[in-house]
Every structure is written in structure tokens, then in C-alpha cells.
Design a binder for this molecule. Structure first.
Ligand SMILES: [Zn+2]
Ligand SMILES: [Zn+2]
Length: 289
């Protein structure tokens, strides 16, 4: 019976392989025999209980990048996540943007203070987004396979206004200042910009990306709780090592340390390579006012 890769679904030779010859996914368990009568699922779907939108789904490709929780890591009912979801739906973004596979809440109840603050992803420090709730975005499977973004690329953050984030997701890529959008408008070149220096800016820490200058809070009134919040939004991305440059903070922080894990002089990343930054989650943070 033909064997197939759980990631790209192509047939693999009937020999003991450590990784898929097509997409190079590393096999941790033996491949399943794939009956040809069953259509291929987009992701490796194991039977699961439907618990609404609040439970992240385990899958083989998510397990490969090791940021999906074990089954019971996220409480079935996280009130914070529900209010974050309410804020996100108030933005009226297209539902097709989202992929629950990458959902994960890092609030104090879902991600306890005893757990790690950082891990290593793509050979660099990944500062976990404590206090934020992630809503997963669809990622192009071809990009994920060819570039092996879940195992080889680093995690970065991009704080911006909701409208700009929506535009990035809709265009399926970051745009550079001066680029023309699909509606014919141009991405603004800021007045203080240096000619020829159009870049996409990200950071290895959300402490920097969520700074008000990048990600101004929006007032949001929740119907669920009857309370008012300052809501902030940051895109979580995978970014290709070697495609960017690192520099210090540019918000005049002076001697104030912005993140306990990333020094101020390495806190900003910039690139001209649009295709080397792939957003995979929208992170929401709410502060009651
Ligand atoms: Zn494969
Ligand atoms: Zn939570």
C-alpha cells in the first residue's frame, strides 16, 4: 500500500525514511498507509471533540513547530480569550483569514507564570507573548513546506493598527512603503524616511512591537462583560534567518530596558524582503480601563 507524507500528502518510497523527500518534513512516527478512497485532508486531522472555537486543535504540522499546547493546556473556557475574540470579530475581518490550528492563549490562566518565558525557534530566542491571545492565520502550505518555516524560521512580531494588519493579511504579504495596494492606493512613505530605505520592521519581542508608537490602543466596549478595554493588536510572524538586519530601539527609550530577554540594542529587525516575513497569528491584548 502506498505511504504518504502527513504534511504534503505525496507518496514516499516504502523504505525507512527520516524525512519526506518532497517537503522534508521530519517523521517522528511511522507514516500512515493512506487508503486511496479517502480524500486527503488539508491537515492531519485526528478525530476530535467539538468544543467550539475556544479549543486549539492538535495537528501534525502544528506539533512540528511545537507551539501548540498539549490537549489540556488551554482551559476549555477562557474568559479572556472570549473577550479577545469579541474584539477581533468587531473588526469584521474576513473569516477566511483564520486557521484555528494556530490559536493559543497566553493569558495568566492559560499559560502559568511557572512556564518558560522563552524558547528557541529557528535558532533564535523566541520570547513567548505572555498576556496575549493568538488567533491563528492561514499560512500558505507551499511556503511552509518549501521554506520549512516552522522549523527553520525565527518568530518575530509586528505591531500595527488593525487596518494595516488587515491589509497585510489580505495582500498575503507585507508591503513596503511606496508599494501599490490592490485598491490602487500607495503605502505611505513617512516624511522622515531616508530615500531608498524602505523596510518592513519587526521585533523578536512583543514588549517592543506592542509599544504605543507602533500599536496604538483602541477603545473597545465588550457586550459580554459590560466593561471597556484598551485593545492592542500585533501580528506574530515567522521570519527567514539571514534575510534581515538587527538594530537598536528607535523610540528613544534611553536607559530604560524594554524587554528582560532581548537587549535594547538588538530589539528591532528590518528587511526589504517581503516574502521573508510570514504572519501566522493575530495577537490581541486587552487592558481594562
Ligand atoms: Zn512531505
Ligand atoms: Zn486564556
Amino acid at each position: 500500500m502506498p505511504r504518504r507524507c502527513s504534511n504534503c500528502h505525496r507518496e514516499t518510497p516504502p523504505t525507512q525514511l527520516r524525512s519526506c523527500p518532497h517537503c522534508r518534513k521530519e517523521f517522528t512516527t511511522s507514516l500512515r498507509a493512506s487508503p486511496s478512497t479517502i480524500p486527503f485532508a488539508k491537515h492531519d486531522r485526528s478525530p476530535r471533540i467539538s468544543l467550539g472555537h475556544i479549543r486549539p486543535r492538535a495537528s501534525s504540522s502544528a506539533a512540528a513547530h511545537r507551539i501548540t499546547p498539549r490537549e489540556n493546556d488551554t482551559p476549555v473556557s477562557c474568559q479572556y480569550k472570549k473577550v479577545c475574540a469579541e474584539y477581533l470579530s468587531s473588526l469584521r475581518w474576513d473569516k477566511s483569514f483564520f486557521d484555528r490550528q494556530h490559536n493559543r492563549c497566553y493569558c495568566e490562566n492559560c499559560y502559568s507564570s511557572s512556564r518558560e518565558d522563552t524558547t528557541v525557534q529557528g535558532g533564535s530566542k523566541y520570547v513567548l507573548p505572555r498576556g496575549w491571545c493568538r488567533f491563528g492565520l492561514h499560512v500558505d502550505q507551499v511556503r511552509a513546506d518549501i521554506d520549512r518555516i516552522w522549523s527553520k524560521w525565527i518568530v518575530t512580531y509586528h505591531g500595527t493598527r488593525p487596518m494595516a494588519a488587515q491589509s497585510i493579511i489580505q495582500h498575503r504579504q507585507f508591503l513596503l512603503p511606496g508599494d501599490t495596494c490592490i485598491d490602487g492606493t500607495k503605502v505611505a512613505i513617512l516624511p522622515d524616511h531616508i530615500p531608498g530605505k524602505n523596510h518592513i520592521y519587526t521585533s523578536p519581542t512583543i514588549a517592543y512591537s506592542s509599544y504605543e508608537a507602533y500599536c496604538p490602543p483602541q477603545r473597545f466596549h465588550s457586550q459580554q462583560t459590560g466593561k471597556t478595554y484598551d485593545a492592542r493588536l500585533v501580528l506574530q510572524c515567522r521570519q527567514q534567518p539571514g534575510s534581515y538586519k538587527v538594530q537598536g530601539e528607535t523610540i528613544n527609550a534611553g536607559s530604560k530596558r524594554l524587554c528582560p530577554f532581548i537587549p535594547n540594542d538588538q530589539i528591532e529587525i528590518f528587511t526589504e524582503v517581503r516574502a521573508a516575513v510570514v504572519p501566522y497569528g493575530v495577537l490581541i491584548h486587552l487592558t481594562e480601563v
